[in-house]
Write a protein that binds this ligand. Structure first.
Ligand code: OAD
Length: 374
């Protein structure tokens, strides 16, 4: 198998344009899929898959969330998701959380493409860093999804991990009150993973999934945050890896690319749509999307009054350095400490976290009429 790269052409006033090489990554990978060589696809995703839904990513200069936190008066952008900072003063995060809570945004074509991988019986697992919940809304079932940086779907005490009703936490936060743990009186927060916290238990599935993968698709992430970023290096060395992103990131920055690595640079919706067209899935994805969205307007943006919109102007870009999420450092992906070692911690039976055997046997409801192809 040969590797191929989409090479940037000369810059234009509108920014660099990208053209695909004749043996482009999409064509090569599509051929493998059509030949039936990719039946255990792992998708690794980040904020770039949700920008088409109107949610800013984190690190794009100017528009990214980290470039637009001036009003919070925090010492550095990532402090907003730092557990020690939160412990000391939860107000900046709670203020931002009011804007981040899922509900205002809809999945886009990219989410439905991933759902289609599942529908075709090809998706082994999707690992997302996103906390917007759009994967679930698009219908990707729980058992196919690892929300590595947690979600707003549950809440617990940031100190003793006693579960707290998520809806009650949301109501408090939305009305500028601090939700307090009924057990230890410490502050409750939604279960999104902060810097300095362990990743969810379900993240451990990676140790089984990545060695089993026969295709890795990396989408919309800067691969800057560990331990998540290193996951892409844990597939077998012969497994094709495809990066779909605006720019080359992580191991895809290597020139030339490693044999078996492919990338297609550009806007993700355009790229994914072309991928779907080559695969012959485009109209099925459109049907799936139309069926689930049921007439809902698909793209939206934060309201004009939101800090994210308001502060975009007049703030320079903020570029952060590679940062580790969790206490254990970049080279050692670890999941959340098993609950029994922490009194009051969330148990494995929490609603969104099923065991592997449960997940593999769970069936899926889909609005598309054809059945999985394998
Ligand atoms: P980043 O903002 O770091 O990276 C997003 C990537 O997607 C960048 O490479 C963008 O160029 C690319 N991108 C954005 N929009 C795109 C588009 N329309 N088409 C193509 N590419 C596009 O976001 P993540 O990698 O997800 O942690 O960030 C990882 C973690 O850092 C987050 O989960 C968050 C943050 O700190 C927590 O919140 C705990």
């Amino acid at each position: 198998m040969s590797s191929s790269v989409s090479e940037p052409t000369e810059s234009s006033p509108a920014g660099p344009t990208v053209k695909s090489s004749p043996r482009g990554g999409l064509a090569s990978v599509s051929r493998l899929v059509k030949l039936g060589r990719c039946k255990n696809v792992v998708v690794v995703a980040g904020a770039g898959i949700s920008t088409a839904s109107g949610i800013p990513d984190f690190r794009t200069p100017g528009t990214g969330l980290y470039a637009n936190l001036a009003k919070y008066n925090i010492p550095y952008p990532e402090a907003i998701f730092n557990i020690d900072y939160f412990s000391n003063d939860p107000r900046p995060f709670f203020s931002l959380a009011k804007e981040l809570y899922p509900g205002r945004h809809r999945p886009n074509y990219i989410h439905y493409f991933i759902h289609m991988l599942h529908h075709k019986g090809l998706l082994l697992r999707m690992y997302t860093q996103n906390i917007d919940g759009l994967e679930k809304i698009s219908g990707i079932p729980d058992d196919k999804l690892v929300e590595a940086h947690g979600s707003f779907a549950t809440a617990s005490c940031h100190l003793c991990y006693t579960p707290f009703p998520a809806q009650e936490a949301k109501s408090s936060i939305m009305s500028d009150k601090v939700p307090v743990c009924t057990f230890c009186q410490a502050t409750v927060k939604p279960d999104i993973v902060f810097f300095g916290e362990d990743l969810p238990e379900k993240y451990f599935l990676h140790s089984k999934d990545f060695p089993k993968a026969d295709l890795l698709i990396v989408m919309g992430t800067s691969l800057q945050i560990e331990p998540f970023a290193s996951l892409v290096n844990t597939v077998r060395s012969t497994v094709p890896r495809l990066l779909l992103n605006r720019d080359a990131v992580g191991p895809f920055q290597k020139v030339p690319l490693k044999k078996g690595d492919y990338m297609e640079l550009g806007d993700l919706v355009d790229t994914v749509r072309r991928f779907a067209e080559i695969l012959g899935w485009h109209s099925e994805i459109q049907d799936l999307m139309a069926g689930r969205e049921n007439g809902t307007i698909l793209t939206s943006s934060f309201p004009a009054s939101s800090v994210l919109s308001r502060n975009v102007r007049g703030r320079g870009p903020t570029q952060t350095k590679t940062t580790g999420l969790g206490r254990r450092g970049a080279s050692e992906p670890r999941g959340r400490i098993p609950p029994k070692s922490r009194p009051g911690a969330r148990g494995p039976s929490s609603s969104s976290e099923k065991s592997d055997s449960e997940t593999d046997s769970k069936s899926t409801v889909s609005t598309v009429s054809s059945s999985p192809s394998n």
